[in-house]
Design a protein around this ligand. Structure first.
Ligand SMILES: Nc1ncnc2c1ncn2[C@@H]1O[C@H](COP(=O)(O)OP(=O)(O)OP(=O)(O)O)[C@@H](O)[C@H]1O
Ligand SMILES: [Mg+2]
Length: 339
């Protein structure tokens, strides 16, 4: 994951006229830079969090313990005025612990729905693979529908609504793998790995300075309306016909045996139209964050692995030979060229 901060700090006058009018990208780029300062060596992750926020999508974050997964989401929540909740998943969690439940109110003589922790704008679902399948299913449904149904009544979730779920990559015993067929409810699946020595030292110094109270203060949180405005503007970013064609060809290469035969033969389950829409929206959001009002092939190629890999299921044989969704997307990006 590469992302250059220098490139993103576009001078204000390089913003297109639509951006100059409101410039919510400016606020988001400010928040992005602020989070990056507190999250050493994770600019790729921070950019993806902002892309998910801009697309109204959800993000699955996977990595070994102690890599600041929880910290990343807390930093994002600190930068937003929107409400935030955190759900720590355990095997005894029940769907109603998440969505809410009907409670009898003797004074009113009737049942009343008490909203669960999912009724917040930013929801951190920590260690999602420790939650039992019924809970995962209730969560994934709410994520897809932006609503919760209880006792026959449907309750709308707030806007913006974004789930960031974390998953520990080294833990398998006593966990429940997420249903592969529903994984595509996540806009992106981001995987992070251990930092290098330079970052490790910077982390040590940062956390020590925070402990000593000498770390820089955070800026003003961004109001929800500004996020919604930014979303509307990001959706207007120009995606040229040739780029739309590239997105479609990438997705079709997971389905069409003639496009990239050696890769197609390794795919059991191909990318759905939801993946195409996600890739187009993600490319627009990336362009917007970088102060452009048009997307370029790099916007598509950079985020394609995180947007497409979890939507592909390799064949049993390919898996046995070590292929993963991610390795197959890498091969597709080699074969399918932008026009
Ligand atoms: N890249 C980083 N930048 C800043 N701090 C970091 C970074 N990586 C790790 N840390 C520090 O490591 C500690 C662990 O972070 P955190 O609790 O967010 O990890 P986690 O990935 O959620 O772990 P777990 O999987 O066990 O829940 C925190 O004190 C955090 O500040
Ligand atoms: Mg954590």
């Amino acid at each position: 994951m590469t992302s250059s901060l220098a490139e993103r700090q576009t001078p204000a006058d390089q913003f297109s006229p639509i951006h100059r009018a409101h410039r919510p990208a400016h606020h988001l780029a400010g928040l992005q830079a602020e989070i990056e300062k507190r999250l050493i060596g994770r600019s790729g992750l921070v950019e993806r969090l902002m892309i998910a926020l801009l697309c109204g999508g959800h993000l699955l974050l996977e990595g070994p313990p102690g890599l600041a997964k929880t910290r990343a989401v807390k930093l994002l929540s600190n930068g937003l005025e929107s409400s935030f909740s955190r759900i720590q998943c355990t095997p005894d969690l029940m769907p109603a612990d998440l969505t809410g439940t009907q409670v009898f109110r003797p004074e009113a003589g009737k049942f009343e729905f008490v909203e669960g922790p999912i009724f917040h704008s930013l929801v951190l679902v920590d260690e999602i693979n420790r939650a039992p399948p019924k809970v995962q299913s209730a969560l994934l449904e709410a994520m897809a529908e932006n609503q919760v149904t209880a006792g026959g009544v449907t309750y709308a979730l707030p806007a913006p609504f974004m789930v960031v779920a974390t998953q520990n990559s080294i833990e398998h015993e006593g966990t429940f793998p997420l249903p592969e067929a529903q994984l595509d409810r996540f806009l992106m699946h981001v995987m992070i790995d251990l930092p290098d020595a330079e970052s490790e030292l910077a982390i040590l110094e940062l956390v020590e300075s925070e402990g000593a109270g000498t770390a820089p203060q955070a800026g003003k949180p961004i109001p929800s309306q500004q996020i919604l405005d930014a979303r509307a503007e990001a959706a207007q970013i120009h995606l040229a016909p040739a780029l739309k064609d590239f997105v479609v060809r990438l997705v079709m290469a997971t389905r069409d045996p003639d496009a990239a035969p050696e890769v197609h033969g390794q795919i059991e389950h191909a990318v759905s139209p939801r993946g195409t829409l996600a890739l187009a929206a993600g490319a627009r959001a990336r362009a917007y964050l970088r102060g452009r009002d048009y997307a370029i092939p790099e916007d598509v190629m950079e985020i394609a692995p995180d947007i497409l890999a979890h939507r592909i299921i390799p064949t049993w044989r390919a898996s046995a030979e070590g292929a993963t969704g991610r390795s197959l997307v890498a091969k597709l990006l080699d074969k399918v060229e932008p026009s």
